[in-house]
Design a protein around this ligand. Structure first.
Ligand code: 6PG
Length: 473
């Protein structure tokens, strides 16, 4: 018997993906650089389905039915290149290599082009949902050729999460499109997490609630429009008590957030594309600030405001509104980046379908994503989600509370970069006039960089150093 698909790299993500495939009745070849892991997998989970263990790359490749489908689950970067170089020479035209790691989409584009030259399909597939998702149904974002999706799609859809019976897996677009969308997913994840963290911080320091009480607030929110995996686990983490000290768990964890890079890539890419993603950028920077221990220690005694607590009983409701409005902004920015990336690289990404496959399986899964799917169904070319009828109404309704929450944060000296930048973005978009006109004047003054006028076509320069007449530039 041949395997329908193979997985190489059997750390926890690869192992769980292989088990998921086997559990769905797909015979799966398994391989790892050190065969102890392969053995352990078959010993522990062999009864879950058909595993074909292979000790060598040659054996692994030989055990796959044609065209071969080979999933690589190793660390992004050099290890991925090394594995590709090891396996590509053993493959034949039409075979497929799937990279299920968090690769940078530019690497995926490079690898796809190189393997295409050799007659092979290379599919960069974003896979979200962590270890549990890999085992029980992740959200899968495969890029690569349409032809490769014909051979891979049914398998991937089969093992993906399902929402209302629909698989959380769809062909994203050619070459690096899948990894690009997964990258933005993670950027949104950063933003979502930061907004939740700020909300917690405000409930704690403005409203004076204890972590266990805040857990209850989040639990309640999770029954409403904020219902999501991240809100759900936030309540779990906040309710948890440290066994060693009896203190709230959140009080014994070092407050320095780490990151592996996908959020940073989202922002770097957005800068290159010229897309404003302040919510994601502030989330990345907030993690960065938290990690600068020396800087923070040196600044600890800087003066703060003299006012202490403010909030009344309705503050939690205000925070809920601020959080919801800011979340809409975060997703609007993320989807803007997806649209811009799609245009830049000619990927033709269907934004609504991305929202649909994020409804389940992935870290940002939420009822909210169905709203976004509906917004794109109503207007596939909407320049921003903010103008969708539902979101516009929600943000309109939230805005007084949103402003109050941001003002409270500023007044009491609790940092709320995510909530604040979201509001600033919203106000920037709705502004009748922006001070960018002044910026243009300054640029023209010091560098003769020219400007355009509101009342006439053309490009102009004022002779600032002379008699200040205006000339055509
Ligand atoms: C997912 C997650 C996953 C990973 C993050 C963590 O979609 O399943 O996003 O990819 O847990 O990359 O990222 P940081 O370590 O950068 O927070």
């Amino acid at each position: 018997e041949k395997a329908r698909i193979g997985v190489t790299g059997l750390a926890v993500m690869g192992r769980n993906l292989a088990r998921n495939l086997a559990r769905h009745g797909h015979p799966v070849a398994v391989h790892n650089r050190t065969s102890a892991r392969t053995k352990a997998l078959v010993e522990q989970f062999g009864d879950e389905g058909t595993f074909l263990p292979a000790d060598t790359p040659e054996e692994f490749v030989a055990s796959l039915e044609r065209p071969r489908r080979l999933v690589v689950m190793v660390k992004a970067g050099a290890p991925t290149d090394a594995v590709i170089e090891e396996f590509a020479p053993l493959l034949e035209p039409g075979d497929m290599i799937v990279d299920g790691g968090n690769a940078h989409f530019a690497d995926t584009r490079r690898r796809e082009a190189a393997l295409r030259e050799r007659g092979l399909h290379f599919v960069g597939a974003g896979i979200s949902g962590g270890e549990e998702g890999a085992l029980h149904g992740p959200s899968i974002m495969p890029g690569g050729s349409a032809e490769s999706y014909e051979a891979l799609g049914p398998l991937l859809e089969d093992i993906s999460a399902k929402v209302d019976g629909d698989p959380c897996c769809a062909h994203v677009g050619p070459d690096g499109a899948g990894h690009f969308v997964k990258m933005v997913h993670n950027g949104i994840e950063y933003s979502d997490m930061q907004l939740i963290a700020e909300s917690y911080d405000l409930l704690r320091h403005a409203a004076g609630l204890a972590p266990a009480e805040i857990a209850e607030v989040f639990r309640t929110w999770n029954t409403g429009r904020l219902e999501s995996y991240l809100i759900e686990i936030t309540a779990e983490v906040l309710a948890h008590t440290d066994a060693a000290t009896g203190k709230p768990f959140v009080d014994v964890v070092l407050d320095q957030a780490e990151q592996k890079g996908t959020g940073r890539w989202t922002v770097q890419t957005a800068l290159d594309l010229g897309v404003p993603v302040g919510g994601i950028a502030e989330a990345v920077f907030a993690r960065s600030v938290s990690g600068h221990a020396v800087l923070r220690e040196a600044s600890r005694h800087l003066p703060g405001p003299t006012r202490a607590k403010v909030a009344g009983s309705s503050f939690a409701d205000a925070v809920e509104k601020a959080l919801y409005a800011s979340k809409i902004v975060a997703y609007a920015q993320g989807f803007h980046e997806i649209q811009a990336g799609s245009a830049e690289y000619g990927w033709n990404i269907d934004a609504g379908s991305m929202a649909a496959i994020w409804r389940g399986g992935c870290i940002i899964r939420a009822g909210f994503l169905d709203r976004i799917r509906a917004a794109y169904a109503a207007d596939p070319h909407t320049p921003t989600l903010l103008t969708d009828a539902h979101f516009a109404e929600a943000v309109g309704d939230a805005q007084d509370a949103w402003r109050e929450v941001v003002a409270t944060a500023a007044r009491i000296g609790v940092p709320a970069p995510g909530l604040s930048t979201a509001l600033a973005y919203y106000d920037s978009l709705r502004a009748d006039r922006l001070p960018a006109a002044l910026t243009q004047g300054q640029r023209d003054y010091f560098g003769a960089h020219t400007y355009r006028r509101t009342d006439r076509e053309g490009t102009f320069h004022t002779l600032w150093g002379g008699d200040r007449t205006e000339v055509d530039a």
